[in-house]
Design a protein around this ligand. Structure first.
Ligand code: SF4
Length: 280
C-alpha cells in the first residue's frame, strides 16, 4: 500500500506558528452537529484513500491552522516525509518532557537536515529537576497520569492554541483502544479536527515505505523498542509481545492522555473521535 511521491519541495524560511490570525477566522472551532456531520462525510469519503491523499486534504482544508504533535515514532516520520512534499510549513511540534531518549532528539535533527522541517520542541514550564523537587521525587513512578498531564497534555493544549486541526499517526491495528479511530473526526478534548492519515495502514506498510524511501527513524526500533516514549516509561519488548507492551509496563496505564477523552460521554456522530487514538 505504500506509495512514493515527488521530490521534496524547498521549505520556506518561516514555519507556520500557532495562533495564526487570518481575518474573520475563529480562534477555535466548535464541535457543532453540522461540523460533526461534515467531518463524518469527509471520513467516509477518505476511508480508503492513501495517506498522501488524506494529508493533502488536511493541508488544503486546514493549513495554516493545521498542526501535528510527533514523538518521532515511525508513523510520525512517515507523515513528516509526506509533509515535506505537500506543505513543509505545517507547524509540527514535539512534547519535550525532559525525559526523552537522546536518540529521539537526534532523530529530530536528522529529519530537519533531510527534509528541512524543524520540529519545534515544546517544553513544560519546569525543568525535570524543578518538577521532581516540587513533588519529592519523580512522579512517573508514583503518579504517571499526573506526570503525563503536567508534562504533555498541558503543553499540548498551549501548543495547539489557534489551531483548527491536528494530525495523528495512530493506526487502528495498534491496539483495541485505537481500533475505532476515524480517518477524520472531532477531538472534543482539545476542540480540534483530528485527522489520522495512517488509520488503515499496518506496521508492515509503514516499514515498507520507510525502507523504500530511506526515511530516518529512531535506532532504538532496531534494539527491541517498537514504541518509544519517555525513557522512564519505555522498555524493550520480547518476541510475541504487543507492540505497545513496553509503554508504562507493569502499570494499568496504556496511553499518555493525548488521545484519550477525559469524560467519555455518549458520542453519536459517526466520525467523532470517541476512542483513544498516535504516537504518544
Ligand atoms: S511518559 Fe512517563 S516520564 Fe513521560 S510524561 Fe508520562 S509519566 Fe512522565
Amino acid at each position: 500500500m505504500a506509495a512514493s511521491i515527488d521530490s521534496p519541495a524547498a521549505r520556506p524560511a518561516d514555519v507556520a506558528p500557532p495562533a495564526q490570525s487570518e481575518p474573520g477566522a475563529p480562534l477555535q472551532l466548535e464541535g457543532t452537529p453540522e461540523l460533526l456531520a461534515e467531518l463524518a462525510e469527509h471520513s467516509r469519503r477518505l476511508e480508503h484513500a492513501l495517506p498522501e491523499e488524506i494529508i493533502r486534504f488536511a493541508v488544503e482544508r486546514y493549513f495554516p491552522r493545521l498542526t501535528m504533535a510527533t514523538a518521532f515514532g515511525p508513523e510520525g516520520c512517515v507523515i513528516l516525509y509526506y509533509l515535506a512534499r505537500i506543505q513543509p510549513r505545517t507547524y509540527v511540534f514535539n512534547l519535550d518532557t525532559g525525559y526523552q531518549f537522546a536518540e529521539t532528539l537526534e532523530l529530530r535533527d536528522r529529519i530537519a537536515s533531510k527534509y528541512g522541517i524543524e520540529v519545534e520542541l515544546r517544553r513544560p514550564a519546569t525543568t525535570i529537576a524543578e518538577y521532581e523537587a516540587q513533588h519529592g521525587g519523580p512522579l512517573y513512578r508514583t503518579n504517571p497520569d499526573q506526570c503525563c498531564f503536567d508534562r504533555k497534555v498541558t503543553v499540548l493544549r498551549d501548543s495547539v492554541r489557534g489551531m483548527h486541526a491536528w494530525m495523528s499517526g495512530i493506526r487502528r491495528d495498534q491496539s483495541a483502544d485505537r481500533a475505532a479511530a476515524p480517518v477524520v473526526g472531532w477531538d472534543r478534548k482539545f476542540n480540534l479536527v483530528k485527522i489520522s492519515p495512517l488509520a488503515n495502514w499496518t506496521k508492515k506498510d509503514i516499514w515498507k515505505l520507510i525502507t523504500e524511501e530511506d526515511i530516518p527513524y529512531n535506532p532504538l526500533h532496531d534494539q527491541g523498542y517498537p514504541s518509544i516514549g519517555c525513557w522512564p516509561c519505555t522498555r524493550s519488548v520480547m518476541f510475541g509481545e504487543d507492540e505497545r507492551a513496553g509503554r508504562w509496563s507493569g502499570m494499568a496505564k496504556t496511553e499518555c492522555g493525548l488521545h484519550t477523552l477525559e469524560a467519555p460521554a455518549a458520542e453519536t456522530s459517526e466520525g467523532a473521535n470517541a476512542t483513544p487514538g498516535s504516537e504518544g
